[in-house]
Design a protein around this ligand. Structure first.
Ligand code: UDX
Length: 447
């Protein structure tokens, strides 16, 4: 097996930019390639179009050391890199639910044509099962004569907000290959993690592709599972957080991803689940993943429930009423508002005529692109001043530590919906707040 020194990363979005910087951190010479010249220019300066802790610093460090650079020219890497990672997007197709494979297919074809040196192409994008086998054929049909090019599949499990950490110290590494040599190339790439005994799962293409979507589907299922029980405790009483703690102590279940609330969102879970359902339907297996329809429905019902609670608290009339929405990113430590439950709640209330005041530590600039008519305040104080209702929709630290004293003299009426179950009910009720949570039964006549 040849020694790996030079690595290219095709596609410099969230996944690609992170992967390129981390490969440089692991000691490789790295070139990130993207078709967007503006992106390339700003990346070289360490300016990212998204918020990811630690990543701008890592990029600047390695651009400065000369170990990392960015280009729009694939020919630049075709004669140079030993390993090419494909990290382009697989968005939801417009007007459909499947994954749009245009970018992966185009990147693979153009890259393969540019390759003039024996090398390995490694797919990292999240793709419908069967893609790697199809691309492997495409590579053989497209490659230049006399050059050895093969394909491996190596899915990525990074979380937003922890992208660098998840890439450098992953929970496990999964590689789908058809030749032992290709696996050995990837063992070199990930030698540092392997040295720490990171589990190494060597498998075929299909398994590698499916591990990714199965992990996402399982996580979504865990969240919707506890949210389904939240619907029950909302009706009969009981404490959803205690329930999650109690079942979570069973090590077979585990406590993580059992936080009931307004549900999951983001650029991955919702889209990947829909793409999985679409793919299995194409395979004639729609029945196998039908439970995911239910998971999706439970998830969407939670947003509607948060809005319904707001209507209940405001006597079914929200028109012109000032409502403070705290948190519109899909989760804390991110500026991402894609498929965000909090933003959805804010938009629904706005569309119903409420005077919605949104405060979010990071996400307002992105939310304003989508809903420019909603008011985004630069501080929490401004959002809550004069509010008749406060809704906590994303559990940022500064909201988790809120106390009634912070808000008492600012709001017009003491009403709060904790849609992430992070506040202590007793603290707020003692301070004469009408306090509601998703998953909590309301005392008779309290609303
Ligand atoms: C997810 C996967 O975790 C990651 O492995 C994959 O590579 C990409 O998709 P990410 O989109 O960054 O990562 O978000 P994640 O941290 O998984 O959270 C997803 C959503 O679930 C968020 O909206 C979060 O608020 C919600 N969530 C999470 C809950 O509602 N309850 C929980 O207990 C956990």
């Amino acid at each position: 097996t040849a020694t790996v020194e030079n690595v290219s990363v095709i596609g410099t979005g969230y996944l690609g930019a992170t992967h390129a910087a981390c490969m440089a951190e692991l000691g490789f010479n790295v070139v990130g390639v993207d078709i967007d010249p503006e992106k390339i220019a700003s990346l070289s300066a360490g300016d990212l179009p998204f918020h990811e802790p630690g990543l701008p610093e890592l990029i600047r460090k390695h651009v400065q050391s000369g170990q990392l650079r960015f280009t729009t020219d694939l020919n630049d890497v075709g004669a140079w890199a030993d390993v090419h990672f494909i990290a382009v997007g697989t968005p939801q197709v417009k007007g459909g639910t499947g994954a749009d494979m245009t970018y992966v297919d185009a990147a693979t074809t153009t890259l393969t044509q540019a390759i003039t040196k024996d090398s390995l192409i490694v797919g990292k994008s999240t793709v419908p099962v069967g893609t790697a086998a199809r691309l492997a054929d495409l590579v053989q049909d497209t490659k230049n004569p006399g050059v050895n090019v093969s394909l491996a599949w190596n899915p990525e499990f990074l979380r937003e907000g922890f992208a660098v950490e998840d890439t450098i110290t992953p929970d496990r590494l999964v590689v789908g290959t058809t030749h032992e040599d290709d696996e050995n190339v990837l063992r070199q790439v990930y030698a540092e993690a392997l040295g720490r005994d990171t589990p190494w799962i060597s498998t075929d293409y299909q398994t590698a592709e499916l591990v990714k979507v199965a992990a996402n589907a399982f996580l979504a299922t865990k969240i919707s599972f506890i949210n389904a029980f939240a619907e029950v405790t909302e009706t009969v009483g009981g404490d959803i957080t205690t329930l999650a703690d109690a079942i979570g102590h069973d090590t077979r279940i585990g406590r993580k991803f059992l936080n009931a609330g307004v549900g999951f969102g983001g650029g991955c879970l919702p889209k990947d689940i829909r793409a999985l359902q679409t793919r299995v339907a194409e395979l004639g297996l729609d029945h196998s993943m039908r439970f995911l329809d239910e998971m999706d429905q439970i998830n969407l019902r939670r947003r509607k429930k948060a809005v319904a609670l707001a209507f209940d608290l405001l006597s079914q009339d929200v028109i012109g009423k000032k409502i403070a929405v705290l948190g519109i990113t899909f989760k804390p430590l991110s500026d991402d508002v894609r498929d965000s439950p909090g933003l959805d709640v804010a938009a629904r209330l706005f569309n119903a005529g409420a005077d919605v005041q949104v405060y979010d530590p990071q996400g307002s600039h992105n939310a304003a692109k989508r809903y420019p008519r909603i008011t985004y305040t630069p501080t929490l104080d401004e959002a809550v001043t004069g509010a008749e209702l406060v809704i906590l929709t994303t559990e940022w630290d500064e909201f988790k530590t809120l106390t009634p004293e912070n808000l008492n003299n600012k709001v017009t009426t003491r009403r709060i919906i904790d849609a992430r179950n992070v506040l202590n009910p007793t603290t707020w009720e003692t301070a004469n707040w009408t306090f509601t949570q998703l998953g909590r039964k309301q005392p008779e006549g309290s609303i």
